[in-house]
Design a protein around this ligand. Structure first.
Ligand SMILES: [Cu+2]
Length: 342
């Protein structure tokens, strides 16, 4: 008998029910509950149907922490080529990895370097990028970058050896970083939705030659979903890997600080994602390809692979939410707080 376990089932379950549900999912999909209990703190206004969200997962065991991913820009191993061009070299390993996404529930992910999202590669416009991808997993994978590059560096099956790298094999992608802007990369092996939904994606920032105006804090946020039971629907939504993380760990900023967020949407299965900032407005630079903002707003929508840069400053101290303005996504994990202090 086939058992279905939907995100609505998660919503209906509270307390120990969630762990029991994890057991059901585990039976179906090798999703293992790793903790015996957890607390719930979110209640609907009616006071029923409590939701998961409180308590923390084991970030150490996961091997990454979304709060560190937020500030983790990878400039690579830097050297200068004979023609004077800056070379940035990276090594990326694809591995299968179980990640505890909410307390007691593990997601059997496919990862670049053991984390979701993969590394945030950062270069200047015109730099040479050299990325060696080693496949230490059990399925063929690739890295498909958004940006300019030759067809045989596109990481899509049928474009050459970099299009599909078999387990145990490796391939080196090499291209110039252009155009400047905020881009992304992801696996492009088919079935594509599954390879993306399992966790193979990350941000790719190309700074303009002259740089962007300085700010006090820069952050990267990759928005995505987690399909625990592989039914092509998301059970959780997150920024930087772990649902509810920035609700449980508010991002610390100061009144008057200039904040810049590199925001990428790689959400699979749902058509749109969004970002809403409370009690404030931000300047928005779609795809980061212009130094002039296109909009001054408090909410933007992104389809899959859309991305943009947000800049803002808080005037008053306090706790301020940021979240998907699709309420269901927020309730299932895409929800965070800025803690602004004087
Ligand atoms: Cu893949």
């Amino acid at each position: 008998m086939k058992t279905r376990f939907s995100r609505r089932d998660f919503l209906k379950l509270g307390g120990v029910g969630l762990v029991a549900a994890a057991g059901t999912a585990a039976a179906m999909n090798n999703v293992k509950p790793v903790h015996g209990s957890h607390r719930l703190q979110i209640q609907t206004p009616e006071g029923h149907d409590s939701l998961p969200g409180a308590g923390d997962v084991d970030h150490e065991r996961n091997g990454f922490d979304p709060g560190k991913v937020l500030y983790d820009f990878d400039y690579g191993k830097v050297s200068t080529l004979p023609n004077g061009q800056t070379l940035r070299e990276y090594e990326v390993l694809v591995i299968n990895k179980n990640i505890e996404v909410v307390p007691g529930i593990e997601f059997p992910a496919w990862t670049y370097n053991g984390r979701i999202p993969g590394p945030t590669f950062r270069a200047k416009e015109g730099d040479r990028i050299r990325i060696t991808l080693k496949n230490g997993s059990t399925h063929p994978h690739s890295m498909h970058f958004h940006g300019f590059h030759p067809g045989n560096m596109d990481g899509v099956p049928g474009t050459g050896p970099g299009g599909m790298i078999e387990p145990g094999d490796e391939f080196t992608y090499e291209f110039d970083a252009e155009p400047f802007g905020l881009h992304l990369y992801h696996c492009h092996v088919f079935p594509l939705a599954r390879h993306i939904a399992k966790g193979l994606y990350g941000a790719f920032i190309v700074d303009p030659k002259e740089g962007r105006p300085p700010v006090d804090k820069e952050m990267v946020m990759v928005m995505h979903g987690i399909d625990i039971d592989f039914d092509d629907g998301n059970d959780f939504y997150a920024v930087n890997g772990i649902p509810f993380y920035f609700q449980n760990h508010p991002i610390q900023i100061k009144v008057g600080e200039k904040i810049r967020i590199y925001l990428v949407n790689i959400l699979e299965f749902d058509l749109i994602n969004s970002f809403h900032l409370h009690a404030n407005f931000f300047h928005y630079y779609p795809t980061g390809t212009s130094l002039t903002p296109s909009e001054f707003t408090d909410t933007i929508i992104q389809g899959q692979a859309q991305r943009g840069i947000l800049e803002f400053t808080y005037k008053y101290p306090g706790m301020y939410m940021f979240h998907a303005h699709v309420t269901e996504f927020a309730e299932l994990g895409w929800n965070g707080m800025f803690e602004v202090t004087a």
